[in-house]
Design a protein around this ligand. Structure first.
Ligand code: NAP
Length: 262
């Protein structure tokens, strides 16, 4: 199976590496108009690269669209009528609707996906929707997403905007919390590298336990919150500052922005 990835930046590069590593029978070719990005990819991998999108899509079974949404209009116009009729199109672009892509390239088999930056380390949470794909084609999309992490199929296209606000932007929320936790540790007098290690291992362990445990996050939290203890003091401070409401508003605003961009 030939998979053409158009746009070899963060996401295109991550998918190229994940697919080449996990899906042995696939031939991957990456095309990008930016030769520096292609050179970077060539330096670290032996993935085939070309500087021409039309050349990349020749004979492709799957075409992954991995350029920025703002570059989409001329990009789709360049591809119109040139993609093989049997090919599955997978768009990573935030906010670009399936209808826009179908119309832009005159093609029906379009899947829209929302991965996150953790695809770079094969730990992406990717959601996808593909209303016009048959079960066999959906399986192809699933396998590609599994090569860079976990996947989940959504039922409505608007769900993709919700996913964008949750797991799409989510790594940044986690890093923002971590960044401030490290700053607080340094203010207490810890060395930065120590504060960083304490913080990152705590996040890694808490995430792992969330994934493995049958208990809810609230139940897990209450397990480490002893009456009149240190954790209770910290949580009460967060509650006084309406931390939960702030998170709710942040995610709602991200969702509204995703809808505006779409
Ligand atoms: N990064 C994330 O966390 C994330 C998460 C979810 C979804 N996404 C989506 O993933 C897509 C790619 O994002 P990214 O972060 O990987 O962007 P990126 O690193 O900027 O990569 C995009 C690449 O496409 C190239 N390009 C632009 N127009 C092109 C064209 N017509 N033909 C071929 N290549 C072209 C760009 O070149 P230039 O640099 O010269 O413009 C760049 O090398 C976006 O649509 C974004 O919405 C990103």
């Amino acid at each position: 199976m030939k998979i053409a990835i158009l746009g070899g930046g963060n996401m295109g590069g991550a998918f190229a590496k994940g697919i080449s590593k996990q899906l042995e029978k696939c031939e991957v070719v990456v095309s990008d108009k930016n030769s520096a990005k292609l050179n970077e990819l060539k330096k670290r991998t032996n993935i085939k690269t070309v500087s021409n999108n039309v050349e990349a899509i020749k004979g492709a079974n799957v075409v992954i669209l991995a350029v920025k949404p703002q570059d989409f209009e001329p990009f789709l116009a360049e591809l119109k009528g040139k993609i093989p009729a049997h090919a599955i199109i997978i768009s990573i672009a935030a906010g670009v609707k399936i209808k826009t892509i179908e119309k832009g390239i005159s093609h029906r088999c379009v899947a829209r996906i929302m991965p996150n930056l953790l695809a770079l380390i094969d730990e992406s949470m990717s959601a996808w929707i593909a209303p016009n794909l048959n079960p066999k084609q959906k399986e192809v999309v699933k396998n590609i997403l599994k090569s860079v992490g976990e996947e989940i199929e959504m039922k409505n296209e608007d769900d993709i905007n919700k996913v964008t606000a949750m797991s799409g932007s989510g790594p940044a929320y986690v890093w923002y919390f971590m960044e401030n936790m490290i700053k607080a540790g340094v203010k207490l007098g810890l060395k930065e590298e120590v504060a960083r290690k304490l913080t990152s291992q705590t996040f890694a362990g808490a995430s792992e336990m969330s994934l493995l445990s049958a208990e809810t996050e609230k139940e897990l939290r209450l397990r480490v919150t002893s009456k009149k203890g240190t954790t209770e003091k910290a949580i009460k401070t967060l509650e006084k500052g309406k931390f939960g409401k702030l998170i709710e508003n942040a995610i709602k605003n991200a969702y509204n922005r995703a809808k505006e961009l779409g």
